[in-house]
Design a protein. Structure first.
Length: 289
């Protein structure tokens, strides 16, 4: 009797007969199918979750209801626990999310009862809400401090030409000078001015008339670059020079850069007639260690 496998046809030809070793080879365990073969053969079944879900978020353990994770449909958590995606479990059977779990409790508290985090954690929870795509939480956080104030501040900075580029220039210049001099700190001059037209104080009454009655070629007589490393301005807003200085220091400090500044005078460059540049000049001191 001849044994055949697969789609081979039974043949009475003795030359087609197989040895016992050949037959044994044909009945060995089949190789693991490829993903394509598996997908064509048996589709994966949806993952089933218990009503009470144990979680391991980056090594921190939480327990919540499945309905809480699915509270808002258009979130990453709702998609993860919809059954359409496979979530691995740890040795104890907890569903594992590979994310820092420090602020995950604040995420759950909002999903459970709409609770918002205290002010000192708002920025950090906001980043987590962005990761998990929880739109309602993002909207709520944006309406409270400090994020609400940050929106106002960014609206002001949006009026400032090349603000971020100038910040980068301050950092690069300070780093280069400190490295060249092998020093712990570096100093540089920064001009911050709100008004485009520089004037002398005793000529203020004539300022408006000169501004609007000049010929088209005369503005170039007033245009110049102060002898500084970086210059911010001009801008049109209620916020003044001190407000912009606060923004500069705040954004540099947020990057871990220690900075001090003080006004060291004005440009005082002669422009035309009795007009001199009165833009304030500040000395910035960047300390690296």
């Amino acid at each position: 009797m001849v044994v055949v496998t697969g789609q081979n046809k039974v043949s009475g030809n003795p030359d087609d007969a197989m040895s016992s070793s050949d037959a044994e080879d044909d009945f060995q365990e089949p190789a693991t199918p490829t993903a394509t073969q598996a997908g064509q053969a048996l589709p994966l079944l949806p993952q089933q979750f218990p009503e009470v879900v144990p979680l391991n978020v980056g090594g921190m353990f939480f327990t919540t209801r499945l309905s809480t994770l699915r509270r808002y449909e258009d979130t990453m958590l709702a998609a993860m626990f919809s059954g359409r995606h496979y979530i691995p479990t740890d040795a104890e059977g907890r569903y594992f999310i590979d994310r820092d779990g420090t602020y995950f409790g604040d995420i759950l508290n909002f999903l459970r009862s709409g609770d918002l985090p205290p002010r000192e954690r708002v920025r950090s929870v906001y980043k987590e809400a962005q990761y998990y795509s929880i739109g309602p939480l993002l909207d709520n956080l944006e309406d409270i401090q400090p994020l609400k104030g940050e929106k106002v501040r960014q609206a002001f900075l949006g009026l400032m030409p090349y603000y971020k580029d100038h910040l980068e220039r301050i950092v690069e210049i300070a780093k280069l000078r400190a490295m060249q001099r092998k020093a712990r700190f570096a100093k540089l001059k920064v001009c911050v001015f709100k008004e485009e037209m520089p004037i002398t104080p005793y000529e203020c009454p004539h300022f408006n008339s000169l501004r609007f009655e000049r010929s088209e070629s005369e503005p170039k007589l007033f245009e110049h670059h102060c002898e500084v490393d970086v210059s911010f301005g001009p801008w049109e807003a209620v916020a003044d020079v001190y407000d912009l200085l606060h923004c500069i220091v705040t954004d540099l400090s947020a990057r871990g850069i220690a900075v001090d500044h003080q006004c060291i005078g004005v440009c005082d460059k002669h422009l035309i007639h009795h007009y001199y540049c009165k833009r304030p000049i500040y000395e910035f001191k960047i300390t690296w260690w």
